[in-house]
Design a protein around this ligand. Structure first.
Ligand code: ADP
Length: 268
């Protein structure tokens, strides 16, 4: 089952000579019940792709599906509802409400949607994320790792079709980061959720089932069953490819066959 899909997706910022092709004709599928990482150099289009997949921004051309729903045909109200009811977000900066307890923060999406709590699911999330002793604490009384675990529970509480995570370990030390990544992976493996994560960290990407590589707004390849080593190797190959194109004076102009799937690594 495909949870999220883009076809011929393009995003251009600006006009004329100053136009930036942030995404250029991207075709990509994200399987439901999988943990996918999106990687690539700074400016390669990772955030743009994530924003378009999540219905946070409008495409210049092409289509985006969330399950069976085509996003580019929805009006603003429908998009707002879709983001509220069918998408979860985890940000680098946690974005918890400081005056609310951990429990209130987790339940916020349900309160906003006027939907009752599935207590069994709430308890499962709290247990999986190890938050049982922290539910009455405010964010200021929690460590960074605990705050991010609350944010993950909040992202999962409404059982969204897809959770988008934007550099979720960017503000955490490596131990808390590893913990958060294990929880993200468990929520996929044990709770059947779907996660798409943007990261620049090969060690973080290695927690995913699949790493999609972006370069210059295009899909440049993928790594299946990634390890930190195989992700680093793929990123090195991407840099060499980029250097070669730059050396040929052909940066941005792609030779046939150097586009989609130029780099493909399966297993370690
Ligand atoms: P990444 O997340 O991989 O760093 P982005 O998706 O943020 O890449 O950006 C891709 C390209 O689009 C970059 O060249 C960036 O400068 C440009 N860009 C992103 N957002 C905007 C914007 N709002 N206006 C103009 N250019 C933008």
């Amino acid at each position: 089952m495909t949870a999220s899909r883009a076809r011929r997706l393009s995003k251009v910022y600006g006009h004329g000579a100053s136009a930036v092709h942030a995404l250029d004709d991207v075709d990509i599928d994200f399987t439901g019940g999988a943990f996918t990482a999106i990687m690539g150099p700074s400016g390669s289009g990772k955030s743009t792709l994530m924003h378009l997949l999540a219905g946070l921004d409008q495409a210049t051309a092409g289509t985006v599906h969330l399950g069976a729903t085509e996003l580019t045909s929805l009006d603003d109200d429908a998009l707002t509802r879709l983001r509220r009811d069918r998408v979860g977000f985890v940000f680098q900066s946690f974005n918890l409400l400081p005056m609310f307890t951990a429990e209130q923060n987790i339940l916020l999406p349900l309160d906003l949607a006027g939907v009752g709590v599935d207590r069994a699911w709430f308890d499962t999330l709290v247990a999986t994320l190890g938050l049982g002793q922290r539910l009455t604490h405010r964010p200021s009384e929690l460590s960074g790792g605990q705050q991010q675990r609350v944010a993950i529970a909040r992202a999962l509480i409404a059982k969204p079709d897809v959770v988008f995570a934007d550099e979720p370990t960017g503000n955490l030390d490596s131990r808390a980061g590893a913990e958060v990544l294990s929880f993200l992976r468990r929520s996929v493996r044990e709770l059947g959720r779907t996660i798409i994560m943007v990261t620049h960290d090969p060690a973080a990407a290695a927690y995913a089932d699949r790493v999609v590589l972006l370069a210059d707004g295009r899909i440049a390849g993928e790594v299946l069953d990634p390890t930190p080593e195989s992700v680093l190797a793929a990123l090195d190959a991407l840099r060499q490819l980029d250097d070669r194109l730059a050396g040929d004076g052909a940066r941005g102009v792609r030779e046939p066959g150097l586009g989609t799937g130029a780099i493909s690594v399966v297993g370690a």
